[in-house]
Every structure is written in structure tokens, then in C-alpha cells.
Design a protein around this ligand. Structure first.
Ligand SMILES: *Cc1c(COP(=O)(O)O)cnc(C)c1O
Length: 449
């Protein structure tokens, strides 16, 4: 009898890794399990070859996808009414990958291959935007050659005039950070179409419960999952959702990175490989996410999935709390202008009624009357509000944009963005509004005491 036919006892070092493994344990958990595996096995070498050549679907290594992350992607695509999604390690990564895919250097070269001498594309972006996005465009993407023009989200004509033959993306927030500005998304979608650019909407402050930007004309919707979608301030994450509107073959010379055969993709174009709608997602997943690496962990995907289960009731509560506090602040003499679309004199009231029937979110800003020392006394007196820069948590937070989230903006951009040393941003949580008001009332008295 040859030893090859005898089942061999495995040595302890191997048992540590393979002991107890079985393929036939019958488990049917109610909740989808967390697939915490960096890699996935192939049935055979030919199958591995086909998956790597992207001729067959399949998980290979969780930088580009895992079952837990895929469930999150499918759930968010469905909630947004989109056609597919790519999860990322953070909201910042979602915006970065989207803009590199649309406006990176390969999108300006005749064949979509990277040519170092070809200039990258151009982005037109709202000047009333999250400070991290402003930094990304002003510094890191600028260093990669992508140029930006900042414009007023309320003036679609400014967007039209800012567009150049190199423009590939318009970027706006569905609800602006920090002032809760509501842009006219359908009007910007029209302007983007005229310019031949894709409209990218960062819907972080809205969540898909308050608005589905794709229904209003967005080509791509991005979110920081860190905020309302996960909803408890524990976990960073991001998502890019395609809405099915973007059609690169309608103007193939404008999108060579998607429509021209590429060496990297086996001599085929991404449109040929993945279709009109899937091409952009393929570029983001199989090139940018794979090469740059900002992948979402399956553990974080599970946290986001748990959070999303209660999104609707949380958003209702957030909006209610924000509306109560906005109205109290607006009626208070110690406070200058208050910006929230729920207020009767908000310039965005009409857009709020048309596009945000469920509420306009729980971020608001106001101008504190007085000098900077009054602002310092205000923050010093807050007890329930955390002095912290997150939003979308159940806990309310107050921050000072000029010295924190927006501190790297130039004085010109700070002014264009309507941020002064007296600007306070509140991200209302889900506490009782009376307790929150008592805290603000005390802090406003301290500011003016
Ligand atoms: C927080 C935030 C981001 C960045 O998301 P991270 O998950 O922190 O990387 C992007 N856009 C908006 C509007 C945000 O509030």
C-alpha cells in the first residue's frame, strides 16, 4: 500500500490553519454573515485566468470586492435607484476615484492610455462645499493635473460659463456643507449635458431617504457612509453609485478611457467589456480601486448595512430636531442669519418643497452676533453638543468651519463660501430638541454675558 492512499495526519502547524474545515456544515443565518477573507479560492487555474482577464465574474481578492461589501453596494444602488455601486474606504476615496475616472489624464488622451504629456481634465465645482473636497481639488487632484473652477451652486449660468473643452465633471452637494444650500439639480444636469460633462452629486448630507439625485439628473451619486447612512459615528466608508444616465458612447472621443481599446483590458474597450453603463464602474473598480487601494473592509460594510436598516426613521428624527432648532435660532436676537431650507425666508425654500419633500437634513449654520471672543465663549459653554467635526451621528455636534473643516481655504474661497469667524455649524443629532435648545440657550447667553 502506498503512503499516498493513506489519509495522513497533519502536523500541528498545518492543523492550526486547516483543522476542522468542512464544506458541508449546514448553516442558514438570518443575517448575511461577514465574509472576512482577504482572498477567494478558484476552482481551477483556467477559472482564475478567466476571472483575472475579466471574462468571468468572481471574487479574487477583497481589495476589489467581497460578498459583504457587494451586498452593501447592491443595497445602496437599489436605495438610490441606481444601476450599480462601488464601496470605498471613506467618502473622500469615493470622490477621489470618481474624479480620477472622469477627469484624469487618460480621459484626455486620444486612446485612453496614460500619456504623461497630455494634460488632465477640468472640474467645475460648487464653492459651498465640504472643506475636505475643496482641499482634494485645490491640492491633491491639482497635483495630478486636474484643474478646478469654483462657482456658485445657485447660478447654473456660472457653471455653463466655467466649462471648457477639457471639462469632464460638474461636482455639487445635494445639501451643501456647511450652509445646507440646495442647488437646482435638474438645472445643473442640463448645464452639465450642454458642456458634455458628467454631473456628480455628493448626497452625503441628504442620504437616499431625502433625495435620489439620479432621479433629478445626476450621472453619479457619491456618499460618505460615515455620516447618516451608518448613522452612529463609528465607521468610515464611502460609495459611488452610477445612475444609468451616463452614456460614454454618445460622444466617444470625449471619453477615450471608456470607449477606446486599452492594453490593460485585453485590447478591448471598457464599454465593449462591461457595457455603456458598467464601463465607468469597471474603470473605478478594476483600475483605480485596485491600483490605489482605498478598499472598504467587510467589517465596516457590515456596520454600514446595520445602520442603513434604520435610515428612514433616523432621518425623520434628524429633520424634525433640525427644524425645531432652526426655528428657535431664527427667532433669537442673539443670533444673526440662520441658514436652513426649512425656514420660511430661506432662498432655497422652493427647491426644498419641490425636491426634498421629506425634509432638508439636519445640518444648519448661523452667524453668531459679536466678536470672536463671544464665539469662543459660546463653544466653551456647550455641554450636550460635542465640539467635533462629524455629522450624521445620533449625538449633536457643533463646529467652527473657519478654524476646522474649512481652515485650509484661501480667504477668497472662504468669502465666496460664506464662511466667517462668526459662522457656527450645527449637525443636529437625535436627542430631545428641548434639551438641545437648553444647551444652545445657555451657550448663547454665555457668548453675550
Ligand atoms: C464627511 C464628508 C465627506 C468625506 O467623507 P469621509 O467619509 O469623511 O471621507 C465628503 N463629503 C461630505 C459632504 C462630507 O460631509
Amino acid at each position: 500500500m502506498s503512503s499516498a492512499e493513506q489519509p495522513r495526519d497533519l502536523a500541528p502547524g498545518t492543523q492550526q490553519l486547516h483543522g476542522g474545515e468542512t464544506a458541508d456544515l449546514e448553516v442558514r443565518p438570518v443575517r448575511a454573515p461577514i465574509h472576512l477573507s482577504a482572498a477567494y479560492t478558484f476552482e481551477s487555474l483556467p477559472q482564475a485566468r478567466e476571472v483575472f482577464a475579466q471574462r468571468q465574474p468572481g471574487f479574487k481578492y477583497s481589495r476589489t470586492g467581497s460578498p459583504t461589501v457587494e451586498l452593501l453596494e447592491r443595497r445602496l444602488a437599489e436605495l438610490e435607484g441606481g444601476t450599480g455601486a462601488i464601496a470605498t474606504a471613506s467618502g473622500q476615496a469615493a470622490i477621489t476615484l470618481t474624479l480620477l475616472a472622469l477627469a484624469g489624464r487618460s480621459g484626455q488622451s486620444p486612446d485612453g492610455e496614460p500619456h504623461p504629456e497630455v494634460p488632465a481634465g477640468h472640474v467645475v465645482a460648487s464653492q459651498r462645499i465640504y472643506g475636505g473636497t475643496a482641499d482634494l481639488l485645490n491640492d491633491s487632484l491639482a497635483e495630478a493635473g486636474i484643474t478646478v473652477t469654483w462657482v456658485d451652486p445657485h447660478q447654473p449660468d456660472q457653471w455653463r460659463r466655467a466649462a471648457t473643452p477639457r471639462t469632464r465633471a460638474f461636482l455639487v452637494e445635494a445639501i451643501g456643507n456647511p450652509h445646507a444650500d440646495l442647488p437646482d439639480i435638474p438645472a445643473l444636469a442640463e448645464a452639465a449635458q450642454e458642456a458634455g460633462a458628467a454631473l456628480v452629486v455628493d448626497s452625503t448630507l441628504a442620504s437616499p431617504y431625502l433625495v435620489r439625485a439620479g432621479d433629478l439628473g445626476a450621472d453619479v451619486v457619491v456618499h460618505s457612509l460615515t455620516k447618516y447612512l451608518t448613522g452612529n459615528g463609528t465607521t468610515l466608508g464611502g460609495i459611488v453609485v452610477t445612475t444609468g444616465r451616463f452614456q460614454p458612447s454618445a460622444d466617444p472621443r470625449r471619453w477615450p478611457q471608456l470607449t477606446q481599446p486599452r492594453t490593460r483590458f485585453g485590447g478591448r474597450s471598457l464599454v465593449e467589456q462591461s457595457g455603456e453603463d458598467g464601463a465607468l464602474r469597471q474603470l473605478i473598480r478594476t483600475q483605480l480601486l485596485n491600483d490605489l487601494g482605498p478598499a472598504m473592509s467587510p467589517l465596516n460594510a457590515q456596520r454600514a448595512l446595520e445602520g442603513i436598516e434604520t435610515l428612514d426613521i433616523r432621518m425623520q428624527r434628524h429633520c424634525h430636531v433640525a427644524e425645531v432648532i432652526a426655528a428657535r435660532l431664527a427667532a433669537d436676537e442673539r443670533v444673526g442669519s440662520v441658514r436652513h431650507p426649512s425656514l420660511p425666508d430661506s432662498p432655497d425654500r422652493q427647491i426644498a418643497e419641490r425636491d426634498f419633500p421629506r425634509g432638508a437634513g439636519s445640518v444648519l449654520s448661523f452667524e453668531l452676533k459679536g466678536e470672536v471672543d463671544a464665539v469662543e465663549r459660546f463653544f466653551g459653554a456647550l455641554q450636550l453638543f460635542a465640539l467635533a467635526v462629524n455629522l450624521g451621528d445620533g449625538r449633536s455636534m457643533a463646529t467652527h468651519p473657519a478654524w476646522t473643516t474649512h481652515c485650509r481655504l484661501s480667504p477668497e474661497m472662504m468669502q465666496a463660501g460664506g464662511i466667517t469667524l462668526q459662522t457656527v455649524r450645527l449637525a443636529l443629532g437625535r436627542e430631545d430638541p428641548e434639551d438641545l435648545w437648553a444647551d444652545l440657550d445657555r451657550a448663547l447667553s454665555a457668548a453675550h454675558g
